[in-house]
Design a protein around this ligand. Structure first.
Ligand SMILES: Cc1cc2nc3c(=O)[nH]c(=O)nc-3n(C[C@H](O)[C@H](O)[C@H](O)COP(=O)(O)OP(=O)(O)OC[C@H]3O[C@@H](n4cnc5c(N)ncnc54)[C@H](O)[C@@H]3O)c2cc1C
Length: 368
């Protein structure tokens, strides 16, 4: 899926929409907008245009469009720093999981609402003692009449306090010698009895993620995703969607654009060359995902390289001497973007898997 040329009309359409939204003052471009820009009204507007769940079947609220077309829309939204965080996880990974593994009932209950930009999901994988080593999760799901009783603790759950549901990785049985056995994925209603969500403050003063305490939460059978006991395989496939998108190299694009006029041709060429290389890899993985594959290794590579690129860009583009080169009337906006990028950058190499772990995944694959 390396050829996006046929999509110029769509690209122009998205640019025109973004231009109008900016002119109307409906959003201010920010760095890291896919994590920090939570705006349900904006998400709803994208839903009306068919730009959420774009590749899903029309029967479930999708638009039956190609992965290339989705790529174009996502690229433009991220490059503009548009507030897309509210629906991000549901669009990027929960929806595709539901399309692949969901029951007919689940597809009809969740997908149209997600595609309309009205239903938001959080991802409940990490726990206090299970981050890099996800197989160490302790959140338990035990059988009861008509469903499951879930107890445990999730942490770093992005937007849990702003979402309707959490796709939750649980352990169905006690840990055995096979660390990956006995896990399941459940859709938990974040308004259910026994759910306690505690937002965690970030260095920028806002709360982007939360701790989620689950105390004997009842989850009906109809909200089991996929097969009981196959949670590990399912999550591994999901991570390919999580790690490989353009957000892994475009988080600080609004800063790059704001400062680009101050760069020499050589500096600009250096930035462009690095961005182009990761983008090509990203497009390659998107093509494989469209073909129904789960390219976990390549996705890990996109995330590891993208993160390194993004953190490098923040280092290179936020020096005081460079920021001071911006015209006086642009100083406030440029400094604000630089500040956002600086504060968010340490998290780039943690979220979605740390660089050390991703390098290990790629290294193991290369060495067999
Ligand atoms: C902004 C942000 C948003 C997040 N959102 C979510 C979310 O929505 N849902 C969710 O489930 N999780 C989320 N996370 C959690 C994220 O997935 C974890 O932070 C990540 O997996 C690392 O786990 P940890 O924080 O427990 O660190 P640890 O696993 O404790 O790692 C600490 C350090 O040790 C290193 N390390 C650990 N094991 C090894 C090893 N075997 N070899 C070499 N080095 C190693 C790591 O690379 C890291 O540098 C988010 C995190 C951030 C920062």
């Amino acid at each position: 899926m390396t050829d996006l040329r046929g999509g110029q009309t769509l690209r122009d359409e998205v640019r025109e929409f973004l231009h109008q939204e900016l002119q109307a003052g409906h959003f201010v471009p920010t760095c890291n907008s896919w994590m920090d820009g939570h705006d349900p009204i904006f998400s709803h507007k994208l839903g009306v245009r068919g730009w959420i769940g774009m590749t899903w079947p029309r029967a479930y609220g999708g638009a039956d469009r190609t992965a290339a077309e989705r790529f174009i829309v996502i690229e433009e939204l991220l490059a503009a720093g548009a507030p897309v965080a509210a629906h991000w996880f549901a669009d990027r990974q929960v929806g595709p999981q539901l399309v692949r593994l969901g029951t007919e009932d689940q597809k009809r209950r969740y997908l149209p609402a997600i595609a309309a930009g009205a239903c938001y999901f959080a991802i409940g994988m990490s726990e206090p003692n299970a981050g890099s080593d996800l197989s160490a999760i302790g959140t338990s799901a035990s059988r009861t009449a008509g469903g499951w009783i879930v107890s445990g603790q999730k942490v770093w759950t992005s937007h849990a306090h702003l979402s309707h549901y959490m796709l939750t990785l649980c352990r169905r049985s006690r840990r055995s010698s096979d660390r990956h056995a006995g896990m399941s994925q459940l859709i938990i209603d974040l308004k259910a009895k026994g759910v306690d969500i505690r937002p965690i403050g970030s260095i920028d003063g806002a709360s982007h993620f939360a701790e989620v305490l689950l105390d004997d939460v009842f989850v009906p059978d109809k909200d089991l995703l996929g097969e009981p006991g196959r949670g590990w395989d399912q999550v591994t496939a999901e991570l390919a969607f999580e790690r490989s998108g353009p957000e892994r190299f475009l988080s600080v694009m609004p800063l790059v654009q704001a400062i680009s006029a101050q760069l020499t041709d050589e500096e600009l060429g250096h930035v462009f060359a690095r961005l182009s290389a990761v983008r090509q890899l990203c497009l390659y993985v998107a093509g494989r995902l469209q073909a129904g594959e789960a390219p976990a290794i390549d996705a890990a590579l996109v995330k590891a390289l993208g993160t390194r690129l993004e953190q490098g860009l923040v280092e290179d583009l936020t020096s005081r001497s460079l920021l001071e080169r911006a015209p006086l009337e642009q100083q406030a906006a440029v400094r604000s973007l630089a500040r956002q990028a600086r504060l968010a950058a340490p998290g780039f190499s943690l979220r979605g898997g740390t660089t050390e772990i991703l390098n290990e995944i790629v290294g193991k694959a290369l060495t067999g």
